[in-house]
Write a protein that binds this ligand. Structure first.
Ligand code: AMP
Length: 141
């Protein structure tokens, strides 16, 4: 069964499409958190960011980069949050990569991205060193 976003790509269900090129598409979120709340997707169906082949990841970033100022300008927003729910435990409901562009306004009552974590951990120096070491090893720095 194709994802709901693949069905939008294929024109099987309607959406307010605001941008489309060969490999990516953007449309208004059906349940906007702010005016202009837009989803940017790769047309090909991949569940998580790291499932994307490199060239498609670049295309997706290019489209985000291009649309952010256009969307902010369209709704006269001075800022935006740009975020991916990457995996079910992170709140991803639609298993087709999508970046949210959520315009933000002075005194809109919202929160910064730091509000995502339920209860931030209290990590001591040793634990932080260990985590940094493991990440550095994995990325071969
Ligand atoms: P996420 O929790 O990151 O997977 O968010 C999925 C988003 O997709 C939600 O913000 C929904 O409002 C949005 N959404 C779901 N179905 C549609 C649809 N048919 N058209 C536009 N947006 C949708």
């Amino acid at each position: 069964m194709a994802s709901i976003f693949s069905q939008i790509v294929d024109g099987e269900i309607p959406a307010r499409v605001v941008y489309e090129d060969e490999t990516t598409m953007a449309f208004l979120d059906a349940n906007p958190l702010a005016p202009g709340h837009t989803l940017v997707i790769p047309k090909a169906e991949h569940e998580r960011l790291n499932d994307l082949p490199d060239d498609l990841a670049s295309d997706l970033y290019d489209t985000l980069h291009r649309l952010i100022p256009v969307i902010e300008g369209a709704v006269d927003a001075p800022a935006s949050n740009v975020a991916f729910n990457n995996g079910e435990a992170a709140g991803q409901e639609v298993p087709h990569v999508h970046g949210h562009i959520i315009p933000r306004f002075e005194d809109d009552g919202g929160n910064p991205i730091h509000a995502i974590a339920g209860s931030p951990p209290n990590l001591d120096d040793e634990e932080l060193d260990d985590i940094a070491e493991r990440i550095s090893t994995d990325t071969r720095i």
